[in-house]
Design a binder for this molecule. Structure first.
Ligand SMILES: [Zn+2]
Length: 217
């Protein structure tokens, strides 16, 4: 077959689509091997409805798995940032005690709801502020170690801190928790107000203990 008798075929991408392209390819295949392709060529070049449904369902499952993994990673990052906050609060507590005859702060556990409104105690955030590099009553509203990244109940905004001070040790010598019945590594000093972190089996709090290690309860 010389060049003149060869069938002229236009480019499918430019001139033919779908079934038309399939028929053109069928014609080309027939010319090449001597037998025609089935009518419609490559199934019309599209998806069946069932294939489309399966494809959409598969993509939906993959997106769901991806979003779930991202959410878990975000929660884990928030857990770690909170534990780091508590470590820094532990350092500030020791600095406070160094300057106050080795005594722990005497502070309200929940400043928004004082134990005795007639004799309300200072907020922990104000007592520790100088040891955290903040000016009292002029603390930053974001990215502060007093704000837990998982604080969704706005405890920070209402109390100046996302963390509760354990009133049992208010104003006590820093060695007091070490002498109490609880071993220091089991005596909680500061902890999340709410169960906002990922525990081994359920939601839990992060805690700074009297030996100044931090953990999730
Ligand atoms: Zn927290």
């Amino acid at each position: 077959m010389n060049a003149r008798s060869r069938p002229r075929i236009s480019c499918p991408a430019r001139g033919l689509e779908g079934a038309t392209a399939g028929r053109a390819l069928g014609a080309l295949g027939g010319a090449a091997v001597g037998k025609p392709w089935p009518e419609g060529g490559l199934r019309g070049g599209g998806f069946t409805l069932l294939e489309l449904v399966v494809l959409v369902a598969t993509v939906a499952v993959l997106v769901s798995v991806l979003l779930s993994s991202l959410a878990r990673a975000e929660h884990k990052a928030q857990d770690l940032r909170c534990l780091n906050n508590l470590k820094q609060l532990g350092v500030a507590l020791r600095m406070f005690a160094d300057e106050h005859q080795d005594r722990l702060p005497e502070a309200e556990p929940l400043p928004a709801l004082p134990i005795d409104p007639a004799h309300r105690l200072p907020r922990l955030c104000d007592l520790l502020a100088p040891h955290l590099g903040y000016l009292t009553n002029a603390m930053p509203t974001t990215h502060t170690v007093l704000r837990c990244p998982s604080d969704k109940a706005h405890r920070f905004e209402h109390n100046g801190s996302s963390y509760e001070w354990n009133a049992l040790y208010s104003g006590r010598p820093i060695e007091h928790p070490r002498r109490s019945r609880n071993p220091p590594r089991e005596a909680p000093l500061i902890f999340d107000y709410d169960n906002v972190h990922t525990g081994a089996t359920n939601d839990s709090k992060n805690v700074l203990f009297a030996d100044f290690h931090v953990d999730t309860l």
